[in-house]
Write a protein that binds this ligand. Structure first.
Ligand code: NAD
Length: 367
């Protein structure tokens, strides 16, 4: 049967991995299964032209294996472009572990996962993402050197989330400068969706800068905690997407901007930490642009974490981490201006620069 006469369902059956839209030329995908610990994980290695594929491990209770596969492919692809645009000599990779981090994560499972990472001999380097703690990375470190974001006691740079939040804060300020003519956030309204490791630190930066911060989370406990600590306001309307705020900062999971939500947005800027905020980067990027909503590309402004963990490998100083992260402000402003000048979406403008860097490296290595 020819592929072009297959319907979508048959096509998925015929090309379940290489045929996935999100596959996008991944170099390698590793399925890890361990009966004894219950580990079911997928490691995606998207591209290693610029260096080893570095990206965190996410543990999430996926509703299906398809969902997990799609997530890891989208995330690892995003890492390729994140490192490329940030100027790091790293490729893109990511891992997902299927399961509930609160109830199913055990030291044995993490150790076994580390052994899988080790078996790739450094082609993939892991770190933390949603559902992971620095202590989990320390366990992984016991069985492999190919892990970053380990604790400071063990010679690492610790939890990368505060640096990620600082970079996102820089991205928000740059987007504000572009949209409102000033990066002063005094009295600007910001909705932070997801107040976990990154979201909470971002709330702190924003409130210290005088912004009026609204928060949402699926955890009532987190909401109370962050409200009490920073005086943020719990957003209690049913539809968070139509919130009348200046800035919407997605800091939970990805793909919150989809066919359902994109036309409901009432904000003027979208800038947050979550990876892959646009469910469809072409279509939803274009709709945001047409609606005059400034979108600060996620993979550009949430690079603080990878800048932080890269320091562990390259041994650069805390000061350098901060200055590289601060530079996110300049890069974001440049990308927003370039996109307007060249009449393209901000996502595409950022992607173009990242892809160019990879192509240049490929060409120079062929010489
Ligand atoms: P986290 O697990 O610490 O926090 C996520 C928070 O989002 C939790 O409080 C959770 O309850 C909440 N949440 C989940 N679903 C939600 C929903 N539907 N609505 C509202 N809240 C919801 O994760 P994190 O480390 O803070 O990462 C947040 C996002 O930023 C992720 O998308 C992650 O991939 C991305 N990111 C993180 C880093 C980092 O350094 N940690 C770096 C780059 C990108």
């Amino acid at each position: 049967m020819q592929v072009d006469v297959l319907n979508a369902k048959e096509l998925k059956k015929a090309a379940p991995v290489f045929g996935q839209l999100s596959f996008d030329n991944h170099e390698q995908v590793v399925f890890c299964n361990d009966k004894d610990t219950g580990l079911k994980a997928i490691i995606g290695i998207h591209n290693t032209v610029l260096g080893p594929a570095l990206g965190g491990t996410r543990m999430w209770n996926y509703t299906s294996e398809w969902e997990a596969l799609n997530d890891v492919l989208r995330l690892s692809r995003g890492m390729t472009f994140k490192s490329a645009i940030t100027g790091l000599n790293l490729g893109g990779g990511k891992a997902v572990i299927m399961g509930d981090a609160k109830t199913q994560k055990t030291p044995e499972l993490m150790r076994r996962f580390g052994e899988y990472v080790n078996s790739l001999s450094g082609k993939y380097i892991t770190a933390e993402d949603v559902g992971m703690e620095t202590s989990d990375m320390d366990i992984v470190r016991d069985v492999t050197p190919y892990v970053a974001g380990i604790s400071e006691e063990r010679g690492g740079t610790g939890n990368p989330s505060p640096v990620t939040a600082y970079g996102v804060f820089m991205g928000i300020k740059a987007a504000a400068k572009y949209k409102f003519g000033t990066d002063e956030l005094e009295d600007r309204t910001v909705l932070v969706q997801g107040i976990g490791h990154v979201g909470e630190a971002l709330v702190e930066y924003l409130t210290n800068d005088g912004a009026k911060v609204y928060i949402t989370d699926i955890s009532e406990e987190r909401l109370q905690e962050v409200r009490n600590k920073y005086g943020a306001i719990i957003f209690d309307e049913a539809d968070i997407y139509s919130a009348q705020v200046d800035i919407y900062a997605p800091c939970a999971l990805g793909a919150t901007i989809d066919d359902e939500t994109v036309n409901r947005l009432n904000c003027k800027v979208v800038a947050g930490a979550a990876n892959n905020q646009l469910a469809d980067e072409v279509r939803h990027g274009q709709i945001l642009r047409e609606r005059g909503i400034v979108y600060a590309p996620d993979f550009l402004i949430n690079a603080g974490g990878i800048i932080n963990v890269y320091a562990e490998l390259e041994k650069y100083s805390k000061q350098e981490i901060i200055s590289k992260t601060e530079n996110i402000y300049n890069t974001t402003l440049q990308i927003l201006e370039t996109a307007a000048k060249e009449d393209m979406t901000t996502h595409f403008a950022a992607l173009k620069i990242a892809k160019q860097r990879i192509d240049d490296r490929k060409k120079s290595s062929l010489k």
